[in-house]
Write a protein of this length. Structure first.
Lengths: 444, 465
């Protein structure tokens, strides 16, 4: 019985066939536990974690930089991952002549390196999609997005423009996408490529062949639209390529139980505490089994509507309505919501770090960028936007650092991560956000 | 002293005197800009959402729309609402784990606040005169900053911190207790927010002071103030940088005044002043018109300077600028202020720009503080106007339409409809406001524009098995 990375596991779920890939087993690795047999390296994965309304400046930023930074109140939930974490403070979001779209400009700048001219629009692909172009080829899903607060619109993964790639909004829908139908059963003896897929593929190929002829007759804006369209076509083709290869099923194992249909996903803090770890676990399994290499998890909209039962305001309203306690120097209720947001980030990291893979954990072979929309939500400020990353990108990103505020553009983080992930990019961003110099001290 | 030494000294003195008489110029960029309200509370105390009472505001800052009790009080002034209805609006069901994610209180209150006229059809923020005055606590202290604009010392005038009597700053009297503008050391929410946006590039104000004799004492000085198209430059620490160059546009937001310097303090003549007004959204960026205005600039030892600009401002400009940056209800509920109360406070305290047609004052005395950082102020290479942001054109037009209707309403006291294109009743978080102050679920929420796939998914459970 031969096992390889294409091996799929089978099982049943509520009477339906479900299929999932294998995690990276030691037998796929070389003797040093560093690469798949055959010399191919372990894939590096990328993830994003989005939460709205930022953190409290005085409670999250360590005073010391480098690796000797002290743990702060709001980073405390991330203590178990301290050595795998990087914290970036003092980042600027220069807007040039663009307006500050409240709850949007910071988010878009962090994820595209471009200050947007309009709210709710991205001016380029978001970083996860740029990374997915490089690391996400040949897997079932180019990327997967999930929204723990139950709204498919709360996805900050985009191919550009006002469209975001819709998020899976409940644990069940995420589960079904990853482990439910969608594959034809590869375990049957007479397995052959699905004729529907073959038909679709040939249609798409025909479209591809006509592409150049059509493009010649279009204006610039239409060409841009067609480019986006053909990009999605190409992605579909590549996904089909993956589905046309017959996986070898060698083992019969139990697959995770489908989440209950009764789990409510919304902005209530008790619900987020349940849903976020569930979605994080499903995402981690999807990454570990190489169904996707890019997983995006959001826990709120930019105007973070998280609320604790009994609180009439919730997170976002509190940022505007709660007074600053003069003795404390911050908004106490907002600070609690900040802390809870970091607990949700920790929940994601916990799931990634729990999966052993080769010489480390899945988290070690990933980078997860946590980003937000405001540095001081009370006044919609963007300068000083907090960004945290976790995971070492298979050893290509040094971790454990607090990169203390040096007024770098926020895009410098994105450039650094792309370098670590093997994306061939010399500059990233636009206008004052365009950067050429990554954090070289973090690149191994 | 020898003859030669004496001769040298004389030459040296003449040289110094000659240098002092030479033309001189100083430039500044405005690094902080706020209404000259004087906080009278303790800086180290607050009570939750309320800011410390003080000698300025014995009852503390405003708490409009802060708590259900206050909302009930405000809505009880609306004659067409029953007590039961008022109670339900003030205390909407908002507990449990599955409440409307957009926030029940916020949308219920902002919708109800937008319809408080004498009948249920009247939108309140465009027609504030048609609603009952919920009351605005006013500043009661006697110390205030500003200028003696009318040359008189009247009973209601303030005394400056330096002891000058007759200070006219009735805007402080009217709005000095308003929650988002009140706080110690510039810590009011909208003070912080507007300055954050200014430094971030929303607009830039520069001053150029030039004279012909001595920068410390000169009676032939010119002060220019106006808009610069160059965004404020920060230094490595994030502070406003010193000695950068900024262009000064001779635009609508530009003024040139005669002034004199005495012991280093520059003070202009009294004249009309045009300069950028405080803004925190692009649609607010426009001319602040001070009638009979004055500017004072006092140097600090570190090269920076403290500026003060004052004059009579049109109360309608002040009202619309504050009310329609977003919409009256959104800002009111979030910032704990009530624009109806602010409107009546402006009318009560107006003290300038007498309108013979109405027999009322249309202007209110005001003063604004400026922190000034030394820079080089230069002329643009070629004449240019204030640049506009095309992407903000729609919001700017919405602001103009709304402000226009409001000005017509308060001038004629005839109720005006919400103009088509106004942002007053449009959706926030996907929730619009219907006639009578009813929140209505709109078409999609924010961030979903043009995303039919996600919108479709948002309607219900996933279509997947």
């Amino acid at each position: 019985m031969k096992l390889d990375r294409r091996t799929l596991l089978r099982g049943t779920c509520h009477g339906a066939m479900a299929v999932m890939g294998l995690p990276f087993l030691d037998c796929f690795l070389n003797s040093k536990g560093q690469a798949q047999t055959g010399g191919r390296p372990l894939p590096t994965r990328f993830g994003t974690f989005f939460w709205g309304c930022g953190l409290t400046h005085s409670l999250w930023i360590p005073k010391k930089g480098g690796t000797d930074w002290e743990m702060t109140v709001q980073l405390k939930p991330l203590e178990p991952f301290r050595k795998k974490l990087n914290a970036f403070s003092g980042l600027r979001v220069p807007l040039d002549s663009k307006p500050n779209g409240q709850h949007w400009s910071g988010l878009a700048a962090a994820s595209t390196g471009i200050a947007p001219a309009r709210s709710w629009e991205f001016e380029s692909k978001t970083i996860d999609q740029q990374v997915a172009e490089v690391i996400g080829k040949g897997v079932r899903f180019r990327s997967v997005a999930a929204s723990a607060s139950g709204d498919p619109r709360q996805s900050y993964s985009s191919l550009g423009g006002s469209n975001a790639l819709p998020a899976e909004a409940t644990p069940l829908s995420l589960y079904m996408r990853l482990f439910g139908s969608g594959f034809q059963d590869p375990t049957k003896g007479d397995w052959k490529p699905d004729p529907r897929i073959l038909l679709q593929k040939s249609v798409l190929s025909a479209v591809s062949e006509d592409r150049h002829r059509v493009m010649q007759n279009l204006g610039a804006s239409d060409r841009a639209r067609m480019d986006q369209y053909f990009t999605s076509v190409r992605q579909t083709e590549m996904q089909m390529e993956a589905e046309l290869k017959r996986p070898t099923i060698e083992a019969k194992v139990a697959i995770p139980d489908a989440p209950s249909k009764d789990i409510v996903a919304n902005n209530a803090w008790p619900n987020l505490q349940v849903v976020t770890p569930l979605m994080a676990r499903l995402g981690a399994i999807a990454l570990a089994t190489d169904q996707t290499r890019v997983f995006n998890l959001s826990v709120s909209s930019p105007q973070n509507q998280m609320f604790t039962p009994g609180d009439p305001l919730g997170f976002h309203q509190s940022t505007h309505e709660e007074g600053v306690d003069p003795k404390l120097g911050y908004q106490p209720r907002v600070a609690q919501y900040n802390l809870e947001s970091m607990q949700l980030y920790a929940a994601l990291l916990k799931e990634l770090d729990a999966i052993q893979e080769g010489d480390g954990t899945l988290l070690d072979h990933s980078v997860v960028m946590a980003f937000t929309d405001q540095s001081y939500a009370r006044i919609h400020s963007v300068d000083g936007l907090p960004i945290l990353t976790a995971g070492g990108a298979s050893g290509r990103l040094k971790t454990g650092y607090h990169m203390i505020g040096d007024n770098s553009p926020v895009s410098r983080v994105g450039l650094t991560l792309q370098k670590a992930l093997g994306v061939s990019v010399d500059t990233w961003g636009k206008d004052s956000l365009q950067v050429r110099t990554p954090y070289t001290e973090l690149l191994a | 002293m020898s003859k030669s030494t004496l001769k040298f000294c004389c030459i040296a003195l003449l040289t110094v005197a000659g240098a002092q008489a030479a033309p001189w110029v100083k430039g500044y960029v405005v690094a902080f800009y706020e209404p000259a309200y004087r906080f009278g509370g303790r800086a180290d105390y607050s009570r939750g959402t309320e800011i410390e009472p003080g000698v300025d505001c014995p009852r503390g800052s405003t708490v409009h729309f802060a708590v259900p009790k206050q909302v009930a009080q405000s809505l009880s002034l609306v004659r067409w609402r029953s007590p039961k209805e008022v109670e339900e609006i003030a205390n909407p069901p908002a507990t449990g784990l599955s409440r409307d994610p957009a926030g029940v209180y916020f949308h219920t209150w902002r919708a109800a606040s937008a319809f408080r006229g004498y009948n249920r059809e009247i939108e309140t923020y465009i027609n504030p005169f048609a609603a009952e005055d919920p009351g605005q606590p006013q500043v009661t202290s006697r110390i205030g900053e500003g200028f003696n604009l009318d040359g008189k010392v009247k009973p209601g005038d303030f005394v400056s911190p330096d002891g000058e009597k007759g200070i006219d700053n009735q805007l402080y009297r009217a709005w000095g207790c308003d929650a988002p503008w009140r706080g110690a050391n510039g810590n009011g929410t909208l003070v912080l927010r507007s300055n954050d946006k200014m430094v971030e590039g929303l607009y830039t104000i520069v001053l150029r002071i030039s004279g012909n004799k001595d920068p410390m004492n000169d009676d032939d000085v010119t002060v220019e103030i106006g808009y610069s198209p160059d965004q404020i430059v920060k230094d490595a620490r994030g502070n406003v940088g010193v000695d950068y160059s900024y262009r000064l546009l001779h635009s609508q937001q530009y003024s040139k005044l005669k002034a004199r310097v005495k012991d280093g303090v520059v003070e202009t003549e009294q004249a009309d002043i045009h300069m950028p007004q405080i803004a925190w959204f692009e649609n607010q960026t426009r001319d602040a018109f001070f009638r009979q205005g004055k500017i004072r600039v006092a140097p600090n030892a570190d090269g920076t300077a403290a500026g003060l600009v004052g004059g009579y401002r049109d109360f309608r400009d002040l009202y619309t600028q504050n009310a329609f940056a977003q919409s009256g209800g959104v800002q009111g509920v979030r910032e704990h202020e009530d624009h109806v109360a602010l409107y009546y406070a402006l009318r009560r305290n107006a003290d300038g720009m007498f309108n013979p047609k109405t027999g009322r004052y249309d202007g209110i005395s005001s003063a604004y503080r400026m922190k000034l950082v030394p820079v080089f102020v230069v002329e643009p290479e070629r004449p240019m106007d204030i640049p506009s942001r095309v992407s903000e054109a729609r919001r700017r037009q919405a602001f103009d339409l709304t402000a226009g209707a409001t000005i017509k309403a308060v001038d004629t006291l005839v109720v005006q409809a919400v103009p088509s294109g106004s942002g007053e009743l449009t959706a926030t978080d996907g929730i619009e406001i219907g006639v009578g102050g009813v929140p209505i679920r709109g078409r999609g929420g924010r961030g979903s524009r043009g995303n039919p796939v996600a919108d479709e998914k948002a309607k219900g459970p996933s279509g997947r098995p």
